[in-house]
Write a protein that binds this ligand. Structure first.
Ligand code: G6P
Length: 468
């Protein structure tokens, strides 16, 4: 293939391998958002196919050129499970779990970042735009810039960027800040993330920062302006709306309610099984409401979908045990032959089933202790074309900045969560409608297509500014 004018670099390719060895598009919203842009721009996507030791030649899929990066079993253990998900992930999520700092993991992270950077450089046309995604690849912007001063480089950080007091724990904090500053535009979910990053650049490198910009010395007395600002990510709202309007999806929602024994209210949690999501906090609150007699299993059932995630990382293994013990205890105490307290599903479901669940759920519980954005909150409101249902949303999510009409909670305050659940359960339809309409407006007007357009426009402006 010809070299590409737009190159996306992400830990994962936008496709998954199915059982018969073919490929199909991954379900994520990022993929849906970038696909049309990539097709138009003759784009290439550099990423890992998702299994160790999978060596696949570059191939075209649905109008996009895919460039697989092979990771050995050791790379997966040290770069992906180790440094990305046992060092950076817990550190950047406010140390909810203890980050582990291992020098061999760092070394492999550097090496694997180099491999992604080299693949991107090789496929990028003269003057191309390279857009790097997320915390697994923080060193790639600088590595690309060193080899290709002709390209424009963007980086988007999908998770929180922590306060300096936490970030400064990282033994390789300086290299990480330098790695990111190789970009022309660094995007964050919230303005607070962007200012945490600017502070780290000031403190670690003594660089000057001004509203939205960091001045990075070129080494010859001149400086280059790096834009660091928020671009809150979103979902492809229209595809959720379409599904929600389908008769078969609506019938499935009614069937789910009947299968659960027609409780008066269905409460729903949907998360990757991750300690950042506050799954235990919400279960504790719900269990206490049953204990106190403020709720009964006839009145309310909690459906908790916890999709399997990072199953070889210790903290995730431990969390699964804790959650399953808790579900067993609560159900053992409160279930009847007809009704269950918590219907727990450690499974992933297709989007149709998720939308049916959203339509069946009277109350959506998002109680993350820290979350870059939380797209589930946005999916739920997009699906509620009937303007019914209540979103209970942790103030520690990126989504909270945009979704002021949700019932916002501090998930650490169990009494506060209990009261908020009762308020949601008892909320009059007129108030549900008022809140839901305002939430839906926001998500429909700020969908993921607008997000990618805004980011790419900022990159185009950076290119112009650098040329002049
Ligand atoms: C978060 C991260 C993504 C990551 C996803 C799933 O949303 O920001 O970069 O892809 O979790 O995690 P996984 O480890 O399965 O890729």
């Amino acid at each position: 293939m010809n070299r590409a004018d737009l190159v996306v670099v992400a830990n994962r390719l936008p496709v998954d391998r199915d059982e018969d060895g073919g490929w199909r598009t991954s379900p994520g919203g990022l993929v849906a958002a970038l696909e049309p842009v990539m097709r138009r721009a003759d784009g290439a996507w550099v990423g890992w196919p998702g299994k160790p030791d999978m060596a696949v030649d570059p191939f075209d899929f649905d109008g996009v050129h895919l460039v697989p990066v092979t990771l050995s079993a050791q790379d997966v253990a040290e770069y992906y499970e180790g440094f990305s998900n046992d060092t950076i992930w817990p550190l950047y999520h406010d140390v909810i779990a203890a980050p582990r700092y291992r020098r061999e993991w760092w070394n492999t992270y550097v090496e694997v970042n180099r491999r992604f950077a080299d693949a991107a450089v090789d496929v990028a046309a003269e003057g191309a735009t390279i857009w790097v995604q997320d915390y697994q690849l923080q060193l790639v912007p600088k590595m690309v810039r060193e080899r290709r001063p002709d390209v424009t480089i963007g980086y988007f950080h999908h998770i929180p960027f922590p306060a300096y007091g936490l970030f400064s724990q990282l033994p390789w904090r300086k290299q990480v800040v330098e790695g990111l500053l190789g970009a022309d535009v660094i995007g964050f979910q919230r303005t607070a993330d962007a200012s945490n990053f600017a502070r780290a650049a000031r403190r670690q490198l003594r660089y000057q920062t001004r509203a939205g910009g960091i001045h990075v010395p070129n080494g010859d007395g001149t400086t280059r302006l790096v834009i660091a600002k928020s671009f809150p990510i979103s979902i492809d709202a229209s595809s959720y709306i379409e599904l929600a309007q389908r008769e078969d999806v609506q019938a499935r929602a009614r069937e789910i309610r009947a299968d659960l024994g027609n409780p008066e209210k269905i409460l729903l949690g949907v998360d990757r099984l991750d300690y950042t999501k506050g799954i235990r906090h919400r279960m504790k609150a719900f269990g206490e409401l049953l204990r106190d007699g403020r709720l009964s299993v006839e009145r309310a059932t909690l459906v908790q979908v916890a999709s399997p995630s990072r199953e070889r990382v210790d903290a995730y293994v431990q969390l699964r045990d804790e959650i399953e013990l808790m579900v067993g205890r609560i159900n053992g105490t409160y279930d009847t032959m007809e009704h269950t307290a918590i219907r727990y599903l450690h499974q992933a479901f297709p989007r149709e089933e998720m939308v049916a669940l959203y339509l069946a759920a009277d109350v959506m519980l998002v109680t993350s202790l820290r979350d870059g954005m939380n797209l589930v909150a946005k999916e739920y409101v997009a699906a509620r074309t009937d303007n019914r249902g209540v979103l209970l949303l942790s103030e520690f999510t990126g989504a909270a900045d945009e979704m002021g009409s949700a019932i916002q909670v501090n998930p650490h305050d169990i009494e506060g969560v209990k009261d908020a659940i009762m308020r949601a359960v008892d909320m009059a339809p007129s108030e549900q409608g008022r809140r839901m309409r305002s939430l839906r407006k926001r998500v429909q007007e700020h969908d993921v297509a607008r997000w990618s357009q805004d980011f790419l426009e900022a990159l185009a402006q950076a290119r112009k500014a650098n040329a002049s």
